[in-house]
Ligand binder design. Structure first.
Ligand code: NPQ
Ligand code: MG
Length: 368
């Protein structure tokens, strides 16, 4: 495959409501789309970065800069370029996984589209629809939270994930459990607790949660292993799992019993599949996380979530969870599931008018 160049599109998508986590509040999705242009197809990738480096060290302008200066130019002259040659071509550059993932995905989509192969098929999917949960932000009050959760249950979401932080944990979790009974319920702390908060975390055991996601800092695998020995609720790791190697370490240490796989966080769909396979071999269930994706990123996540060891509902919510208007045809929940796209590559492309309406700037990086 010959790569003519890659366009970096900076987009700002208004969100339906603010999404609050322990690290900040988002009401506009500000990120990058990449458009890879090859001799016989165009491919799209969405970057997981947002305007500020609050989830990880990456942020939208930084990702655009490293892509334009380093990552995209490094693909020039790669012989027989395909998705599998992207990570090796970029391996000299440290970190920047969200940016690398977006680039690999755009090349992967172009490659699969040129060959007429759906991403789900290329990855080894075994389902044509995936079970969906929803991630619920920190609310201003418990009654407000209960109203929000009630709406999502009415929509048909199969499990609820509550964002928690010190001071917003036991009370909202108890209220949701008491009000809605035996629903599938889990929490995500986004690394906001310290080892010294162990009593607050142990108190969560009273509520029959499916899992507690990333209670401690990303680099504290040992702390998670120590916590796991005392907590009955399974620990799931998100921010800690940056690679298949990190996943292997976490599993061996006993730091988690479940893994959240976000393709962006681990540098792309190929590394995501390696983690899926590794976890399957260890009997560790996985589920697909989310980064407030537009239909572009969502389409690829849904394809990944159709692999066999994605046995728990993901944060693969419908378009309407986040956006009044998506960039693609909307992903619509049916009986708590989203359909896996059937078309070649990621199976979708942005609507040109909607894309134009949210594009703040674009930069073409030519490669020949
Ligand atoms: C998580 N995602 O599982 C992340 C958190 C996250 C759906 O809960 C901007 C603002 C970007 C908030 C990316 C979900 C974000 C964000 C990810 C939150 O940890
Ligand atoms: Mg998380």
């Amino acid at each position: 495959m010959n790569l003519d160049g890659v366009e970096i599109l900076h987009i700002r998508m208004p969100m339906l409501g603010a999404f609050r986590t322990s690290f900040g509040t988002e009401s506009v999705r500000e990120t990058l789309l990449l458009r890879a242009v090859t001799d016989d197809a165009e491919g799209w990738g969405e970057c997981g970065a947002s305007d500020a480096p609050l989830y990880s060290g990456e942020y939208t302008h930084g990702a655009a800069d490293v892509l334009a200066r380093h990552l995209i130019p490094a693909l020039a002259g790669t012989p027989d370029l395909d998705a599998h040659s992207v990570a090796p071509a970029l391996s000299a550059f440290k970190e920047n996984r969200l940016a690398k993932a977006a680039l690999e995905t755009a090349i992967l989509d172009a490659d699969l589209k040129s060959r007429g192969v759906p991403l789900s098929f290329a990855l080894g999917a075994v389902r044509d629809s995936v079970a969906c949960g929803v991630s619920v932000g920190i609310a201003d009050s418990v009654p407000e939270l209960l109203d929000t959760v009630e709406g999502y249950l009415a929509d048909g979401y199969l499990r609820i994930k509550l964002k928690i932080e010190p001071g917003w944990d036991i009370e909202p979790v108890r209220a949701v459990r008491e009000r809605f009974g035996d629903i599938m319920l889990q929490v995500d702390a986004n690394a906001s607790y310290e080892r010294s908060d162990i009593d607050d975390l142990l108190a969560l055991d009273a509520f029959g949660l499916s899992l507690v996601e990333q209670p401690l800092p990303a680099d504290d695998l040992l702390g998670h292993a120590m916590l796991a020995r005392r907590l009955a609720t399974p620990i799931c790791l998100d921010e800690s799992i940056l690679s298949a190697r990190a996943a292997a370490t976490a599993i061996d240490l006993g730091a988690c019993r479940i893994v959240n796989i976000k393709p962006g966080r681990v540098g792309g769909y190929l590394e995501a599949r390696r983690i899926h396979d590794l976890c399957a071999a260890h009997g560790i269930p996985v589920w697909c996380g989310g980064m407030l994706e537009t239909g572009i990123g969502r389409a690829a996540n849904v394809a990944l979530a159709a692999l066999p060891n994605f046995t728990l509902p993901g944060d693969t919510s419908a378009s309407a969870r986040y956006f009044a208007e998506d960039l693609t045809d909307p992903f619509v929940l049916e009986n708590g599931h989203l359909a896996v796209p059937k078309g070649p590559g990621i199976g979708v492309a942005p609507d040109p008018d909607r894309l134009a309406a949210v594009t703040v700037s674009r930069q073409w990086i030519p490669l020949r």
